[in-house]
Design a protein. Structure first.
Length: 369
């Protein structure tokens, strides 16, 4: 991504810090770190970070990391001053807070170990530094996608569809769920993706009644229902798509249920525009399933935001009262799940517009039957 995007984001964030009278913000959440800096090194878990950002209310921001990531940090975080911690994050942070004259320090309370917080508190008390826990500060910036971000999301979605078609053409009876999932992940990388945006789901028959099924060694039989939920990362931006089909000729029961789910999806897509709440969009789809007699078999929310993370705000659910805004990107994924039969989920991604929305998916295979 062009580096001036990150520069503009830093400027916007610094304006927010100034308004809230926060001298500096410590960024630990990996997606926020990448969004603000362009630094792509992954964490090996919340206990082993590849780096932290220290964003002052004014002046050049810092990327704090260790010697394993020096070259990558220098190459990717162009606008950041790279500082290495040799004696741990907090020792370096103590030095920088004193050097920068920080009196207040914000930190991301939703992504911060309690044990680290206790050590940070001890350091802050010693240095006379006031800590200000923050929640959603950067995530709010990520809600509305720029046109460059939307183009990357379009490309990510198109590539995801190409991967699906490539692997679908190889599927035949005798293959296992695990084999197909591995083929999808490998094909993603071969076709230019960074990798999957989440663990690929492939489920046959009754396994598809589990919304987050884990691929097993179950072999595909002719006539089996097949659910594939897949997404990839392309230049930092995620895609997410679900298709359900039958290995062979579908019977009337399957067709009726599939068409019902598709009507629910279209009802939701037709309801999406700026100013509408996530609740209202969810209700539009849910009511179709209720009227069709399957309301009790749709237990999850209708959709979620997608961007630099595959699951982010906003949400389309019965509890979402926030209004959608133009430039938001969400999934629309109604489903029905019957334990003794299986499940059907159909998922597309859309961009919210002032009037209506843009569907990012172009491949309609296994949507309209």
């Amino acid at each position: 991504m062009p580096q001036h995007d990150e520069f503009d984001r830093i400027v916007r964030l610094q304006a927010t810090l100034q308004r809230q009278k926060i001298d500096g913000l410590l960024v630990s959440q990996p997606d926020n770190r990448r969004y603000l800096s362009g630094y792509t090194a992954p964490d090996h878990g919340i206990q082993e970070s590849s780096g932290f950002l220290l964003i002052p209310a004014e002046g050049r921001p810092y990327l704090l990391t260790d010697s394993r990531f020096t070259l990558q940090a220098e190459a990717e975080a162009f606008h950041f001053k790279i500082e290495l911690y040799k004696k741990g994050l907090l020792k370096l942070l103590e030095q920088l807070a004193s050097r920068m004259g920080l009196h207040t320090l914000g930190f991301e309370s939703d992504y911060f170990l309690h044990s680290t917080f206790l050590r940070l508190t001890h350091m802050a008390e010693k240095e006379g530094l006031a800590l200000k826990p923050q929640s959603g500060l950067v995530e709010k910036m990520r809600l509305i996608k720029s046109e460059k971000e939307l183009n990357l999301l379009r490309k990510s979605t198109r590539l995801n569809e190409k991967v699906f078609q490539s692997v679908y053409n190889t599927i035949e009876p005798g293959m296992t769920e695990r084999e197909i999932a591995l083929a999808i992940d490998l094909t993603m990388r071969e076709m230019g993706a960074e990798g999957p945006s989440f663990d690929t789901i492939v489920a046959f028959g009754t396994n598809a009644a589990r919304p987050h099924a884990v691929p097993t060694d179950r072999e595909l039989q002719a006539g089996d229902l097949v659910l594939i939920d897949m997404g990839l990362i392309y230049q930092g931006y995620c895609s997410d798509m679900t298709r359900t089909f039958v290995a062979g000729k579908p019977d009337q029961t399957y067709l009726d249920r599939h068409r019902l789910v598709r009507r629910a999806q279209l009802a939701a897509i037709n309801a999406i525009q700026a100013g509408v709440t996530g609740f209202a969009v969810d209700k539009a789809a849910r009511q179709v399933l209720i009227d069709g007699g399957y309301g009790d078999y749709f237990g999850h929310g209708l959709g979620h935001g997608v961007g630099i993370a595959v699951h982010e705000e906003p949400r389309l659910s019965p509890s979402s009262r926030k209004q959608l805004r133009a430039g938001m990107v969400v999934t629309v994924e109604p489903g029905i799940y019957l334990p003794d039969w299986g499940g059907i989920r159909l998922e597309n991604m859309v961009v919210v517009g002032e009037e209506g929305c843009e569907t990012l998916n172009h491949d309609t295979t296994f949507l309209d039957l």
